[in-house]
Design a protein around this ligand. Structure first.
Ligand code: AVI
Length: 346
């Protein structure tokens, strides 16, 4: 893709090194849209905060820490499956398959896929898409370790990044959407997003989807309320962000983190509970919000899946399931899908 096309699509191009450039939309997510959004979601009788606001620098770093706490089995389990299936995954890749990653964050699991690509390809291309600036930082480390790798980072929403994908040349893409991030979409929205991904896929593209499987509530609640309190800090950090960016006056000691498993909806729900009757001003949002003692502010859903449900969602998105890999305890699944069913290289 030429730099002219990127500019026509409304991206600023930042050349960070000869093998790394990042694209950022001219109209980046601004403080104004954060203010507008929280004014709306905290303004009604049932309060919520969109989890997309979790990921400022501190929130992204805290999420990185969550991935290492013993109770949060998701990251280690996914990584162990990826390490185990390397050769098999490699058999699905062409010599020119480009890796596209939605929500790459710290790119830690990316390395496991790049290791597979390194065994199959002479030149490797990686296109991470993430709303957070952490993307650029993590890419520098990858360049040092993979001398044959070229990276184009897209600092944008998933939707923006997927639109960008459709402007690229005909090389096949392996779109990785890992960490069970699909689970954070609202009910119904995840299924729609899967359809959106499928609509951007060509005949030679594949999707590698990491999804957390439904399990005992105790295991799930511990994963989202770890004993070190990292998830609590991650959840409450959104209030600190409002204090800093929107001039709000949240007293963090008057709010607490809560995580509950909702069995009928098959999801973990995270909340921030107000520990007192209190009023909070959010000047940049032009809002004064009253919280009652015990009132819950919904901050995140994390949906959990069964294998039949995954097969159904994939089918409804118009894709076929080429492979499903699980860990020994059936905690987590990695699913490879494509439009027509991908033959393996022999
Ligand atoms: C990013 N996402 C998949 C995480 C999850 O497990 O739902 C976010 C998270 N929230 C609390 N802990 C982790």
């Amino acid at each position: 893709m030429s730099s002219q096309t990127a500019q026509e699509l409304g991206y600023e191009i930042h050349r960070l090194s000869p093998r790394l450039h990042c694209l950022r939309p001219h109209a980046a997510v601004s403080g104004e849209s954060f203010a507008r959004d929280v004014a709306f979601t905290l303004g009604g009788s049932s309060k919520s905060i969109n989890p997309k606001w979790f990921y400022d620098d501190e929130g992204s770093a805290l999420f990185g820490q969550i991935c290492t706490v013993p109770e949060y089995y998701i990251t280690v389990t996914e990584s162990s499956i990826l390490s185990r299936i390397g050769g098999e995954l490699g058999s699905f890749l062409a010599r020119d398959t480009r890796l596209v990653e939605l929500g790459s964050g710290l790119s830690s699991k990316t390395r496991l896929i790049l290791d597979v690509m390194e065994g199959v390809q002479d030149e490797m291309e990686y296109l991470p898409i993430d709303i957070s600036d952490v993307l650029a930082e993590s890419c520098h480390g990858l360049l040092d370790d993979y001398p044959r790798l070229e990276i184009t980072g897209i600092i944008d929403t998933y939707h923006g990044g997927l639109e960008f994908l459709s402007t690229l040349d005909e090389r096949p893409n392996l779109i990785a959407f890992l960490g069970s991030s699909l689970g954070n979409f609202d009910a119904g929205e995840g299924e729609l997003f899967l359809k959106k991904i499928a609509s951007c896929m060509g005949e030679r593209d594949m999707l590698l989807l990491g999804l957390d499987l439904d399990k005992e509530s105790g295991v799930l609640e511990a994963a989202y309320d770890d004993t070190q309190g990292v998830t609590a800090r991650f959840n409450l950090n959104v209030l600190t962000r409002m204090n800093r960016e929107l001039g709000a006056n949240f007293d963090l000691s008057a709010f607490a983190h809560r995580a509950k498993y909702n069995g009928s909806a098959r999801r973990i729900e995270m909340y921030i509970e107000s520990l007192a009757d209190q009023d909070v001003a959010i000047p940049a949002a032009g809002a004064a919000v009253r919280f009652g003692r015990g009132e819950l502010v919904h901050t995140e859903n994390s949906h959990k899946y069964t294998i039949p449900r995954i097969r159904e969602m994939v089918r409804e998105a118009g894709l076929g399931t080429d492979a499903i890999w699980q860990d020994e305890e059936n905690r987590y699944a990695l699913v490879l899908c494509s439009k027509q069913g991908r033959p393996r290289r022999t």
